[in-house]
Design a protein around this ligand. Structure first.
Ligand code: SAM
Length: 293
């Protein structure tokens, strides 16, 4: 995706242009922050319909109105499927939304967040305090470096979960969609480890969704894509790919864990419900077709 902010007839707009011929335009109230870093152009804008938006190289990465949809689904589904998740590696995710959700699980004792661009985290603390809410928790450690190199040098079997919360596969995030990186993630997971990866939309990057599905299929006992409705992502949706090293192990405990989580934390959740959890792997026919199922 590409995009830019323009003035037109005294109004301010953010226009996102996809890899195809479709663009989306958001009318803005104001630009709150703008900084070019060695990695990307970071902008924070206030929009009429979706509240504040974090815009990286012209693409909306996070916005106030629908961020919960993405962050709840990328965090809680792998946690609830793992028998006893204690240590989590988040790659990307510098806004803090995924970390905020992970911290709702008391069994998690350690969260390492590897965000290549320190300026993303700093800016989110200032402009999105409700999203960047977990950075002071003693369980969280932030590393500002490339997630690919971090995964490469991490010890084998170090983590229960690896969450790849990356931006689009251009610029610094390009390597986060490669086989070599996915192999490192597999190696650093424990025997019941689970990976999830932001895998784009079948309407915008169909090849990426298919590629991640195939690569995970070569490495994990069970692989499933699941869909999240996110109005401000191109085509209004995004898929997460989940890979489980040991598919059998979760069957016994899944139900009790899920019920317990929703009875304790249901009030804090906006998108995920027990029904959404149960129906997470429901795939529409066109996506099944794309994936050759
Ligand atoms: N949910 C968002 C989306 O799909 O649009 C992504 C959120 S998060 C802001 C993505 C983050 O990944 C960005 O802050 C970016 O700096 C970070 N990132 C990109 N490439 C990276 C890399 N190689 N290592 C670590 N972080 C990276």
């Amino acid at each position: 995706m590409q995009g830019s902010i323009t003035y037109e007839k005294d109004s301010l707009y953010l226009e996102e242009i996809g890899p195809g011929h479709t663009s989306v335009r958001y009318k803005l109230k104001e630009i709150l922050f703008s900084k070019q870093t060695p990695f990307q152009l970071i902008e924070v804008v206030d929009s009429y319909d979706y509240g504040r938006m974090l815009v990286l190289d012209g693409c909306v990465n996070v916005c106030e109105r629908d961020e919960a949809n993405y962050h709840e689904m990328i965090a809680h589904i792998p946690v609830l499927l793992h028998p006893q998740p204690e240590s989590v590696l988040v790659i990307g995710g510098g806004d803090g939304g995924t970390v905020r959700e992970l911290l709702k699980h008391e069994g998690i004792r350690r969260i390492d967040l590897v965000e290549i661009d320190a300026a993303v985290t700093e800016c989110c603390k200032d402009f999105f305090p409700e999203i960047a809410a977990g950075f002071n928790d003693p369980r969280v450690q932030v590393f500002n470096e490339d997630g690919i190199a971090f995964a490469e040098r991490s010890p084998s079997s170090e983590y229960s979960l690896v969450i790849i919360d990356s931006s689009d596969p251009v610029g610094p995030a390009e390597g986060l969609f490669t086989e070599a990186f996915y192999r490192s993630c597999h190696r650093i997971l424990d025997d019941t480890g689970i990976v999830v990866a932001q895998s784009e939309s079948p309407y915008v990057y169909p090849d990426i969704l298919k590629q991640v599905y195939t690569l995970f299929g070569n490495m994990y006992a069970e692989v499933n894509p699941y869909r999240i409705s996110v109005p401000t992502y191109p085509s209004g949706q995004i898929y997460i790919m989940i890979g489980l090293k040991d598919a059998a192990v979760r069957e016994d405990f899944e139900k009790a864990r899920v019920l317990n989580f929703f009875s304790n934390y249901g009030d804090t959740l906006k998108y995920i419900t027990p029904d959404v959890f149960t129906g997470k792997y429901f795939l529409p026919g066109d996506v099944k077709g794309l994936l050759g199922e």
